[in-house]
Ligand binder design. Structure first.
Ligand code: HEC
Length: 309
């Protein structure tokens, strides 16, 4: 039996669409690797991506306290931020925030607790309909003193002048992990005694976010590319292995993100699954691209002799 459909017999437009799609997936995957490196390489307090970075993010890593402090300062990962610390009940700056009323308290607190994201700095109604944007709260309640142009606390500016806040300046204090008192309780792992401390793992809420984003998208294009790969020839031998590896690797990869919280060696499953996925995906992308542009007829699906054309 022939494959139901020959990639090589697509009209030119089809070949172009499909080739562009495969190229986007391929380069998108490389970009994802770059992003992974950028985001995680400093997790253990040292540059360069290593197993310890993954341990820190997915399991928790026990390090000397000084390293943990550097990490907290360098990486906005621990939940608490200095600004949140200051505006929470008992914080020195709460009285200034309270002047803005409940809506201001709610808006700024919600923004800080959700990680003080750039995208949400100008967003209104973060918690309740009609709440002001975090930027507006800071401009009204804080900027008066926290501005670089002669404010009472110009050493901790949230904007260049008394009129406009700047996200980059605010972020220095608003980024999670900038708090003076390390908030280890929130990560569920108390700091250990004797000058050692545990970095990570990432908050469950963040893992859930990352999981749903990835789990609902990666399998989709994995399936599409795998489907085209199956059209290039029978799924036997090496083709069978290459066809099945990516989706299977995803199952192990996603599972390991969660299991590694308890079972540290799952880090190695994560790395192996990722590597296998990458290699098999690359082979699939190249094989499909070759099939699209080659004039060769794909091999038959079974062993019956191929009819001569
Ligand atoms: C009346 C002036 C004034 C206002 C208004 C004000 N602050 Fe402050 N803020 C200060 C001063 C002075 C300090 C430094 C002394 C201290 O910590 O009490 C400070 C310190 C801080 C710090 C710690 C900075 C550091 O270097 O670690 C943060 C964070 C902060 N304020 C946030 C805010 C926020 C958020 C608001 C608005 C809700 C606000 N402040 C409103 C005067 C002000």
């Amino acid at each position: 039996m022939r494959p139901p459909f020959q990639l090589g017999s697509l009209p030119l437009a089809g070949k172009i669409i499909l080739t562009a799609f495969l190229a986007l997936i391929g380069f998108g995957y490389l970009a994802a690797l770059g992003n992974l490196y950028q985001r995680h390489q400093l997790a253990d307090g040292r540059s360069g991506l290593s197993f310890d970075d993954l341990r820190a993010v997915f399991h928790g890593l026990n390090v000397a306290a000084s390293v943990a402090d550097d990490v907290a300062a360098a990486r906005p990962r621990a939940p608490q931020s200095r600004m949140l610390e200051q505006i929470e009940p008992g914080g020195d700056m709460r009285k200034h925030l309270l002047k803005g009323g409940d809506a201001s308290v709610r808006a700024l607190t919600a923004w800080l607790e959700a990680g003080a994201i750039d995208d949400e700095f100008d967003r209104e109604s973060l918690m309740n309909e009609g709440d002001p944007a975090p930027r507006a709260v800071i401009e009204r309640q804080c900027l008066n003193c926290h501005n670089a142009d002669g404010g009472e606390n110009e050493d901790a500016p949230f904007g260049p002048d008394a009129f406009e806040a700047s996200y980059d300046l605010v972020r220095v204090y608003a980024a999670p992990g900038t708090a003076h008192t390390p908030d280890s309780a929130a990560s569920g792992r108390p700091a250990s005694a004797s000058g050692r401390r545990t970095i990570g793992p990432q908050a469950l809420a963040h893992l859930t976010l990352v999981t749903h984003i990835h789990m609902l998208s990666i399998p989709v294009f994995t399936l599409i590319v795998g489907g085209f790969f199956l059209l290039t020839g029978p799924a036997r031998g090496w083709r069978g292995v290459v066809a099945a590896v990516p989706m299977t690797a995803l199952v192990f990869d996603f599972a390991s993100w969660w299991l590694a919280r308890q079972i540290e060696p799952m880090i190695f499953v994560m790395v192996s699954a990722g590597a296998l996925y990458g290699v098999a995906m690359a082979v699939q992308l190249l094989t499909v691209t070759a099939a699209i542009w080659s004039r060769r007829v794909a091999p038959a699906f079974d062993d019956s002799p191929r009819p001569t054309a």
